[in-house]
Design a protein around this ligand. Structure first.
Ligand SMILES: Nc1nc2c(c(=O)[nH]1)N[C@H]1C(S)=C(S)[C@@H](COP(=O)(O)O)O[C@H]1N2
Ligand SMILES: [Mo]
Length: 415
C-alpha cells in the first residue's frame, strides 16, 4: 500500500540535520554525503515505499519525522506476533545514533535503594534468569485523531499498538539483587535519546511505573525482541517493557533506573502528560493539573486486521472471514462481538486465550450479508470484568488519550 507523505511546508520545515541523524541511526549505516544534504529537504527514505530501507514495511504511515513517529494500518497488524517491520515508532526526542552493547551499563539508584549499583549488559544477561513474554505496547494517544475538539500531538488513528515477543530479565529479580527499601513507591527510567532542542542537559522523557507493577513477573528489562537483538528504533540494547500500560512507561535505550520514595517526577510524568481528568469533563474543558490523574492500565480494545477496510466482497451469498486481535491492559478479554448493522445486533466470535498474561488475544469468525450494498463491520471486545468498548469516542480529555472506541471497517458487498 502506498501512503505518500503530504508535502506541506510545515513538514519540510522539520527537516535538516536532525532528520539526517535519525535517518542514519535507523538505517544503521552512514550517509557519506550527508554534509551536502540540503537543509530542509525530506530524506526520501522516510517516504513510502522507500521506508523499507529503514527495516519497515512500506505501508507504515509517517506522522512526523522530527521526531520520527509512524503508525501501522490495521491490515498490516495481522501477524500474531508483531514483527519489527510492522511495529509503530514513537519517539519524543532524537534516538541515539549508535549503541554499543559491549559497553552498555544500567545503573540503579534513587532514594529507595540500599546502595546504587551498576550492571553491565553482559552481567544482566549472565546473572539473572531469562524470561520471554508477548506483551502489548499501545501508545496512550492511540486513537487521538478522533477526538473533537482535537488534541495536539501525533494524530494516531488505530496503528500505535504492537504485541512483540520480548526476552529479558525480570525487573523484580534485578531490584531484589540491588536491595530496595520499604520506602519504594515508583521506578523511573532514563534513556539515552537526546532532546529535540539539542541541549544535552535536557531529558527527553523519564516516566516509570509503581513498584507493584515493577515487581510483576512480566515486567522485563528486555534485550531481545522476537528472538533477535532489539532494533535500534525500539530501544536497543536495553528496554524496560511494562505490558498493558501506556507504552510511554516502556523506556527505550535505558541506562539508568531510579527507585523513588515518591511518585516519579521526571519529564512527562507531571502536568497533563499521560494523564486523564480524574473525573469526566466536558469536551474542550480546561482541566487544572491538580485534577489530572496518571494513566495506568490501558482499557479494553480490539482491532480488525482482516478484511482490510475498503474491501469489495463480490458475492453477497458468500461468508466473509473476519479476524483480528483484542487486548485489555492488565485484564484479559472475555468476549468479542461483531456487528454489520451499525451496532443494532451483535454476534459473538471465538477469542483465543492469550499466550501469556498481557499478550493480545486473537479472534476469528465470519459474517454473512443479507443483500448487496455498503456495510461496516464493527468489533467490540469485553474484558473479564464485564467492561466493553464504547461504540463512539469515549471520555474527551485535553491530550486525547485512551480512545478505545470500536474499530470499524468498510465493505462493499456485490460487484
Ligand atoms: N527513551 C525513550 N523511551 C520511550 C520513548 C521515548 O521517546 N524515549 N517513547 C515512549 C512512547 S510515548 C511510546 S508510545 C513507546 C513507543 O515504542 P516503540 O517506538 O518501540 O513502538 O516508547 C516509549 N519509550
Ligand atoms: Mo506514547
Amino acid at each position: 500500500m502506498d501512503t505518500p507523505l503530504p508535502d506541506d511546508p510545515d513538514r519540510r520545515r522539520f527537516l535538516g540535520r536532525v532528520g539526517l541523524g535519525t535517518l542514519s541511526a535507523l538505517l544503521g549505516t552512514v550517509v557519506p554525503f550527508g554534509r551536502g544534504f540540503p537543509d530542509g529537504l525530506l530524506p526520501a527514505a522516510f517516504a513510502a515505499p522507500a521506508n523499507g530501507l529503514l527495516g519497515k514495511d512500506p505501508g507504515l504511515v509517517v506522522l512526523n519525522d522530527r521526531p520520527l513517529n509512524a503508525e501501522v494500518p490495521a491490515h498490516l497488524l495481522a501477524d500474531a506476533v508483531t514483527p519489527a517491520s510492522r511495529m509503530f515508532v514513537r519517539n519524543n526526542g532524537v534516538p541515539p545514533a549508535a549503541v554499543d552493547p559491549a559497553t552498555w551499563t544500567l545503573t540503579i539508584g534513587g532514594e529507595a535503594v540500599k546502595a546504587e549499583r551498576t550492571f553491565t549488559l553482559a552481567e544482566l544477561k549472565r546473572d539473572f534468569a531469562h524470561h520471554t513474554y508477548e506483551l502489548v505496547l499501545e501508545c496512550g494517544g492511540n486513537g487521538r485523531a478522533e477526538f473533537v475538539p482535537g488534541a495536539k500531538g501525533n494524530q494516531w488513528t488505530t496503528g500505535a499498538v504492537s504485541c512483540a515477543r520480548w526476552t529479558g530479565v525480570r525487573l523484580a529479580d534485578v531490584l531484589e539483587a540491588v536491595g530496595v527499601t520499604p520506602e519504594a513507591v515508583y521506578v523511573g527510567y532514563y534513556g539515552r535519546d537526546t532532546h529535540l532542542s539539542g541541549d544535552p542537559k535536557k531529558v527527553v522523557i523519564s516516566r516509570g511505573i509503581p513498584i507493584a507493577k515493577a515487581r510483576q513477573p512480566e515486567t522485563l528489562l528486555a534485550f531481545q525482541m522476537n528472538g533477535e537483538d532489539i532494533p535500534l528504533a525500539h530501544g536497543a540494547p536495553l528496554r524496560l517493557v511494562a505490558g498493558g500500560w501506556p507504552a510511554s512507561t516502556s523506556g527505550k535505550w535505558i541506562d539508568r533506573l531510579v527507585v523513588r520514595d515518591r511518585v516519579h517526577d521526571g519529564p512527562k510524568m507531571e502536568g497533563q502528560s499521560y494523564r486523564m481528568p480524574c473525573k469526566p469533563v466536558a469536551p474542550g474543558a480546561e482541566v487544572p493539573d491538580a485534577e489530572m490523574c496518571i494513566i495506568e492500565s490501558m482499557p479494553v480494545k480490539s482491532l480488525i486486521t482482516l478484511p482490510r477496510s475498503g474491501l469489495v466482497h463480490p458475492d453477497p451469498q458468500a461468508p466473509l472471514a473476519v479476524a483480528g486481535h483484542a487486548w485489555a491492559g492488565e485484564r484479559a478479554v472475555a468476549a468479542l462481538h461483531l456487528s454489520i448493522d451499525f451496532g443494532q445486533t451483535w454476534q459473538a466470535v471465538p477469542v483465543q486465550a492469550p499466550t501469556n498474561r498481557l499478550a493480545w488475544q486473537h479472534f476469528a469468525g465470519e459474517v454473512r450479508f443479507p443483500t448487496a450494498g455498503y456495510y461496516e463491520i464493527w468489533a467490540r471486545a469485553t474484558d473479564d470484568a464485564g467492561v466493553a468498548q464504547p461504540m463512539v469516542v469515549p471520555g474527551w480529555n485535553p491530550k486525547g488519550y485512551l480512545n478505545n472506541a470500536c474499530h470499524r471497517v468498510a465493505v462493499r458487498v456485490g460487484a
